[in-house]
Design a protein around this ligand. Sequence first.
Ligand SMILES: [Zn+2]
Length: 211
Amino acid sequence: MHLGLSLSPQLALRQTQRLNLTQTQRLDLHQHLFGLRLELVGRLHDEHYTPQAKCSGCSYNLKLVEILHGFRDDPDDITTECPKCQRRFTPSLIAHGRFGTKVILSFYCSEQTLARLDANIDPATYKKTHPAIYRSVLFHFGSLRQAFASQGREYSFKESFEWAEKVEPFLGRLPDTEIARCANVPVGKIRRLRRKFDIPVFTKRRTWDEL
Ligand SMILES: [Zn+2]
């Protein structure tokens, strides 16, 4: 469990019930936090991600949190559900690269992502040949290693990327555990960095009060 920002938006919602927020306020809080995670993952990988999910029935544009809620967690069903008209359709994730490149990819839920993993593919090849799965791995698990670890499997390829400066703007705004997971480093490193800058630990209450 990652302090309520885990793989299950339903569980995350239950965890914020003690803040006495309405359902709509909880959705707003989680939209904010999932949005921050998506932004952090983008920074770490020198990309920028935008979810794209315009309902094919009523043209409503789903928020990230609504896309995540609409997933069935069924490896064979890659659709999400429109909260307005209940139509099911496939959401996308747009990956904007550093040099103006733009790729529109399928956006998978964590279960669909796990079902499509292959431990024989190295990270660079993953990004090239399985671009949608690769970005979904980064969003849900932070790294391939951690995606495999969540299934009790090992991933032998090394994944390393610059993280220290990139995580700074997110310290205290997301749980240390979440930042550590996205940066693929032990949580102690994030905690030390946060304390070095004298940034108070993340709490949902303060985050909500500041929203
Ligand atoms: Zn709709």
